[in-house]
Design a binder for this molecule. Structure first.
Ligand SMILES: [Zn+2]
Length: 191
């Protein structure tokens, strides 16, 4: 395992963030090493989700993990702290209901945006050994999955944001759109 550098928008490697990633065919040691390193990088960041293009890989691979602290366990129950490694993820069903929420991205530090996402989704994919998996996700978990799967198609949250703002910790309290202002009072850690 190794910590990987996160590709930042605006950097020399940023082109990878706009490429469509390739379907994984080989569930080999190289894939496992990539997954292990992505998990390590995600936890180190820390973030709640990471897609392979963000670490300069063009494989359709994502890792997702909601925080495991006491508050998260209250809010997300069994979903808190669960590590999801999904290869070739695909959204096969999505609720008609959409919800607005605040997002951020490890590849675009300092920016936040209001993004509308499906409230719940069904994701199909494969685990690191190629076995088929299905994940039902709702709320924040569904949001994170949609954000990460977008990364595999070269789509960034800033493309979808209806409102975008820069974190400005040195400014006064009037910084627009605190997360509390939305109907989902969720934090917006990098994904
Ligand atoms: Zn992201």
């Amino acid at each position: 395992m190794a910590l990987l550098d996160i590709v930042l928008l605006g950097s020399e490697q940023a082109g990878v963030l706009r490429k469509r990633a390739y379907k994984v065919e080989d569930f080999d040691k190289k894939l496992h090493a990539l997954l292990d390193s992505m998990v390590e990088t995600l936890l180190d960041a820390p973030g709640v989700g990471l897609a392979a293009p963000q670490v300069d890989s063009t494989k359709r691979v994502i890792v997702v993990r909601l925080p495991d602290d006491e508050e998260s366990r209250k809010e997300y129950g069994d979903q808190a702290g669960v590590l999801y490694e999904v290869v070739n993820p695909e959204i096969v069903r999505a609720s008609r209901e959409m919800v607005d929420g605040v997002e951020a991205c490890l590849s675009i530090p300092g920016y936040f945006g209001e993004v509308s996402r499906h409230e719940s989704i069904l994701v199909k994919g494969q685990d690191r050994h190629g076995r088929k998996i299905r994940i039902k996700a709702e709320g924040w978990l569904a949001r994170v999955f949609q954000h990460e799967i977008d990364h595999l198609d070269g789509v960034l949250f800033i493309d979808r944001a209806t409102e975008l703002w820069r974190d400005a910790p040195d400014e006064d309290e009037s910084t627009p759109a605190e997360p509390e202002a939305t109907d989902r009072a969720e934090p917006a850690p990098g994904v």
